[in-house]
Design a protein around this ligand. Structure first.
Ligand SMILES: C[S@@+](CC[C@H](N)C(=O)[O-])C[C@H]1O[C@@H](n2cnc3c(N)ncnc32)[C@H](O)[C@@H]1O
Length: 314
């Protein structure tokens, strides 16, 4: 970084995040589908009128809403992504980031001790937030998975089930494996889809079932150590049919662990929240796959993520 204005952007960057988190927590965007004054909005929200108008003006300045005279209203970006009930709603992931904010505030101590700081937790917004993120790219991600000859699949750490549901819609019998409190939420998203089944447990210790043509492991490795991930891959290999396949999705990071920025920042998130997790490079994951009996077939990038397809090698 050579530019002082870029440095200033970093120093004050938290302010815009905080304003967005607070507006999201107050559900301000749900009230702005029609033009309203700060007085009307604060009366609906039960908030202070002066404070609300200052917050609303900042949201205007940030390009999230517009102001006409004294009336505020959503812009397309806020009505599409910040108003609850919309297909692209991102409010749960914003709420999850608000939780992360609390834990990241302990980063000084995390770096001193090497131990995580995960006192703040909100499982509901974490899992629903995963759905917010995945729903924007699920079709592209599933398109990047080799589904030829796949009739049965297991979605390891399937979370809200966004990928399981898309696989099921493509005619595959899917088993979503996750912890009980997550599966309760996934069942809600899956609704009455008949070909999604659920197994509750801890994939490091409990049986994960067998007879699968495909295992999908999305955004799971970054919470665990290399040793744990290889252990999981070996277990997954045993659960697959002969010539079974595996598809992995993770945040992309180069071997230098510093690029791209999103991957490096996500590694800090895992430092704050886990004992031994971080971002792993494609080369690292490929070496685990080959140690666990898989041969890499194809790797592709989708935005900030990488998808690795591999095949059981005997
Ligand atoms: C970051 S989320 C990813 C969810 C989903 N795969 C996706 O990509 O949207 C990680 C998921 O793995 C689950 N998980 C993590 N460790 C687990 C374990 N030991 N046993 C079962 N599920 C686990 C979490 O409950 C969570 O649903």
């Amino acid at each position: 970084m050579e530019d002082i204005s870029a440095l200033k952007g970093l120093i004050g960057g938290f302010r815009q995040s905080r304003i967005l988190f607070t507006a999201n927590n107050l559900r301000i965007f749900d009230f702005l589908n029609k033009p309203k004054s700060a007085k009307v909005i604060s009366a609906k929200l039960g908030t202070d009128t002066r404070a609300t108008s200052i917050l609303l003006d900042a949201l205007v300045s940030m390009g999230l809403i517009k102001k006409n005279g004294s009336l505020y209203e959503n812009l397309p970006i806020s009505s599409e992504y910040l108003q609850s009930g919309r297909p692209g709603y991102q409010g749960d992931i914003i709420s999850h980031f608000d939780t992360l904010w609390n834990n990241w505030s302990g980063l000084d101590n995390v770096v001193k001790t090497g131990s995580p700081n995960r006192k703040a937790a909100n499982h509901e917004s974490f899992i629903r937030g995963m759905h917010n993120l995945s729903i924007l790219k699920v079709k592209n991600v599933v398109d990047a998975i080799d589904l030829s000859d796949v009739r049965t699949a297991v979605d390891i750490g399937g979370g809200p089930g966004t990928y399981s549901i898309e696989l099921a819609k493509r005619g595959i019998d899917v088993t979503l494996f996750d912890r009980p409190d997550t599966i309760a939420i996934a069942k809600e998203y899956a609704g009455s889809l008949a070909n999604v089944k659920f197994i509750e447990g801890d994939f490091l210790v409990d049986p994960i079932g067998k007879g699968y043509d495909l295992a999908f492991i999305s955004q799971v490795f970054h919470s665990y150590t290399t040793r744990e991930n290889i252990m999981l891959l070996k277990k997954v290999k045993k659960s697959l049919n002969k010539k079974g396949k595996i598809a992995v999705q993770e945040f992309y990071i180069e071997d230098n662990m510093s690029e791209p920025l999103e991957g490096a920042l996500f590694a800090v998130n895992m430092l704050v929240h886990t004992e031994g997790g971080r971002c792993y490079s494609v080369n690292e994951m490929q070496s685990w796959l080959s140690k666990s009996g898989f041969t890499e077939v194809a790797t592709s990038r989708i935005n900030e993520a990488v998808i690795i397809n591999a095949q059981a090698s005997g």
